[in-house]
Each structure stands twice: as structure tokens, then as C-alpha cells.
Write a protein that binds this ligand. Sequence first.
Ligand SMILES: NC(=O)c1ccc[n+]([C@@H]2O[C@H](COP(=O)([O-])OP(=O)(O)OC[C@H]3O[C@@H](n4cnc5c(N)ncnc54)[C@H](O)[C@@H]3O)[C@@H](O)[C@H]2O)c1
Length: 236
Amino acid sequence: MCAVDIDEEAAQSSGADLAIGADVADREAMAAAVDRVLERFGRLDVVFCTAGITHLPATVRSLKPGEAQRVIEVNLIGTLNTIEPAIEPLIAARGHIVVVSSMGWPPNTEYGTLLPAVGGVAYSTSKTAVEMLGRGLRMELSQYGVGVTITYFGPIDTAMGRLTLSPAPKAKERITVGPEKAAVAVLRAVERGKVRAIIPARWNFLNIVRPLGVHLDNLLLRSKTQREFIRTYDSG
Ligand SMILES: NC(=O)c1ccc[n+]([C@@H]2O[C@H](COP(=O)([O-])OP(=O)(O)OC[C@H]3O[C@@H](n4cnc5c(N)ncnc54)[C@H](O)[C@@H]3O)[C@@H](O)[C@H]2O)c1
């Protein structure tokens, strides 16, 4: 296994056989990482695009220039940069791609691809786009034997989960899934060739209301709590 992380020490401490320090937003660096994997292992079976960032809850209005762009660059362009140089080796191995979308951020709306996440608009935009990237790649690559799984994480107990959920009063209680459990659920989804994996599974019901689209937004616009969140997030 190879771990690629902008934080090379984090990649090394993961226990992977090969650790590479690279920024997923850097296309050349990701192509070089694929080359190193092929040199070392001779093949590439599964690409798991998990690198992702966000900022503390804040409106687009209140963010510093470039902050929202960097979230989209890492989460969306980074996912594309991770997959694109790996396509030919994945076809050769009849391999699998895992992209990471979201069902849970920030604390007020909680639904990354369900509602426009106030305080995390760039994040929910990137994660909705990642979902479409996964769906599109599946359409293009399935006839060559390459599968795609789109994972939608709810709140997971990681550095990101703790950082982004901390402002909500009962937020910590909502972090019910540990990273190991989430990783096992992803592996199971890949083994079963599942296209969509919502983790935890009890959040599956959210998909039923997704087609409501802007009607859901309209309901949320009437919420006093939502308006209070916006005022808090506007202050940065
Ligand atoms: N934790 C949650 O509650 C939650 C919920 C929904 C979705 N997700 C998604 O799950 C994925 C994993 O998140 P996590 O909770 O483990 O976050 P994390 O912050 O704990 O870990 C993210 C890892 O990505 C690395 N990284 C950041 N920017 C990078 C870059 N430009 N290039 C290479 N590596 C980079 C970091 O160094 C870190 O090791 C992310 O895509 C995130 O959006 C997480």
C-alpha cells in the first residue's frame, strides 16, 4: 500500500509500505506519485481519494481571499489530479476508484450534498462536485472494468470532524463513527462493488429527501437558528 499526504510524516506514520509527501492540488506531483507506485509494486489496483480540507465555519463573505478557492482546489481538483494519472494503470488492473463526498458538515445543516452548507459553502460545493466526478468516471470507465465507489461520510471522529463540529453545542455527541469503523465500511463497500456508501448507514434516509432540492433550501431559509448561524459565521 502507498500513502500520499501533504504531510509526509503523516504518510510515514500510516504504516503504508510506501509513503510519499505530495500536494494533491499539484498534478505533476500526483503523476510522479503514480509512477513511484508502479515502480515499486508493478500495478495499481485501488485509488482512494481521501485528502480533503475545510475551514472553520465561516461565510464566503467573511473568508480571506483564496480560502474558499483552496478548499475547492484540494477537494475537487485534488481528487481529479489523484485519479487522472492513474487511469491507464487502473484499466490494466481492472481496478477501483474511491472518491469521498460528504453527508455531514457543518453543524447547522449537516448535509454536505443535501443542502448548501451555510458556513461551509465551498466545502459542500466541492463534495457535491466530487460526487458528480465519481458518477461521471464510473460511466466512462465501467466498460473497461474499473469500478467507482462514492462514499458519503457523516461526522467521523478525525481531526477534521473535531475541528468543524466544535462550535455546535451537542456536536461532539454527533461524532458517532470512529475512523477505523469508517475505513472498514469503505473496504466492505469496495469489496461488494457498491457505487454508493453512506457512512453511517443510518443516514441513508437523507437520499430520499434529496430530490426536493431548492424546496429544502426554502424550508431552511425560514429557520431562525439558521439566520443566527449566518450572523455568527459572518463575523469570521
Ligand atoms: N471527518 C468528517 O467528519 C468527514 C465528514 C465528511 C467527509 N469527510 C471527508 O473525509 C476525507 C478525510 O477527512 P478526515 O476527516 O480524515 O480529515 P483529516 O483532516 O483528519 O485528514 C485529512 C488528511 O488529508 C491530508 N491533506 C490535506 N490537504 C492535502 C493536500 N493538499 N494534499 C495531500 N494531502 C492533504 C492531511 O494532511 C490529512 O492527513 C476528506 O475528504 C473529508 O472531506 C470527513
